[in-house]
Design a protein around this ligand. Structure first.
Ligand code: TUI
Length: 314
């Protein structure tokens, strides 16, 4: 059995979070992960508090286990969503794509545990001071909005910069990844791409197929010109967007080109004009399974790998 302080901190069985994936991580998927012993996370994405309230209610109707909400800090609705999280006393909030400091007093006051996703040591230091309960260090292997550093170099540097427990994210898709994260000093992991193909995940079938078919070099990063690089599976949309980035078109036009593309992938399953965000680990994700089975399988494998870790030490 693998148990770490993350389990005791949050009252969960396995130290694994399911990433808050916009248009994908809803109340049903979060409940399935929480029922499987991990921490399921609902994405508040770019929608308003009314949408989030619906998903929180759905999640609570399906599980009595702890769960979390992910706030995308660039969302125009981040303020109202932050207030709802405090009112609902959601057990855990994770934040992405920015600095969560302005909302932290509100959440801490309400007893919400705040676990920011960071892509740099500077942000890890800042959120440690601001009262975070733990930190997710996410490397650029992940899907969606990515930083520059890889998981391999980011995690140990964040571990050295904070006294808080650290979870590793980005490029973790099986038990070997969990074991490696522990070797870097992490006490837990966050996984997105593998849960995207969970049976309980309601994303469009075409999205799941794309992840299941992806190989090691199937993803690419676009969006650097506008300052928010995003990793996705290569397709017509991604290539055309990349071409546009290097063309003369204005930033406004470029912004327009990207808008709605994730919705077209996740909800409509449009293989040409949709933006299929996924991590580099997609090449290793080869079967659809119940969320609970994914968690069990990953930790059984991690246990075997960790038990054998001393084999070469004489
Ligand atoms: O946030 C994510 N993944 C995401 S957000 C998203 S939606 C989106 N759509 C279009 C453009 C951009 C985003 C899809 N996937 N992961 C967590 C994460 N946070 N990765 C990197 C960061 C991060 C980046 C900068 C965290 C803090 C940060 O600080 C910036 C600052 O203020 O210094």
């Amino acid at each position: 059995m693998i148990r770490t302080p993350i389990c005791d901190l949050l009252g969960i069985e396995y130290p694994i979070f399911q990433g808050g994936m916009a248009w994908i991580s809803d109340g049903k998927l979060a409940a399935a992960v929480s029922n499987g012993g991990g921490l399921g996370i609902i994405s508040a994405m770019n929608l308003n508090a009314a949408y989030l309230k619906e998903q929180i209610d759905l999640c609570r109707s399906l599980t009595d286990k702890p769960f979390g909400v992910n706030v995308m800090l660039m969302s125009p609705h981040a303020g109202e969503v932050a207030e709802l999280i405090a009112r609902e006393k959601v057990p855990v909030v994770t934040t992405g794509a920015g600095n969560p400091s302005r909302y932290m007093p509100l959440w801490l006051e309400a007893g919400v545990k705040v676990i920011p996703v960071v892509a740099s040591v500077a942000m890890a230091r800042l959120v440690t001071k601001a009262g975070a309960a733990a930190i997710i260090a996410e490397g650029g292997e992940s899907g969606g909005h990515v930083g520059d550093l890889t998981t391999m170099v980011l995690v140990p540097q964040v571990v050295d910069a904070t006294h808080l427990p650290v979870l590793a994210a980005g490029g973790i898709g099986d038990g070997r990844g969990i074991a490696a994260a522990f070797m870097l000093g992490a006490l837990g992991v966050q996984v997105g791409t593998r849960f995207l193909v969970a049976e309980e995940c309601g994303v469009h079938e075409n999205y799941k197929k794309k992840v299941l078919k992806a190989n090691d070099i199937a993803t690419m990063v676009t969006g650097k010109r506008l300052g928010h690089p995003v990793r996705q599976i290569k397709n017509q949309f991604a290539r055309e967007y990349q071409k546009a980035e290097y063309s003369q078109i204005s930033d406004e036009e470029l912004e327009k080109l990207g808008s709605g593309a994730l919705y077209r992938a996740a909800v409509l399953g449009d293989e040409k004009t949709g933006d299929f965000l996924a991590g580099q680990i997609a090449g290793m994700v080869n079967k659809e399974q119940p969320a609970a089975e994914i968690i069990r399988e990953m930790f059984e494998e991690a246990e075997q790998v960790l038990k054998g870790a001393g084999k070469w030490v004489k």
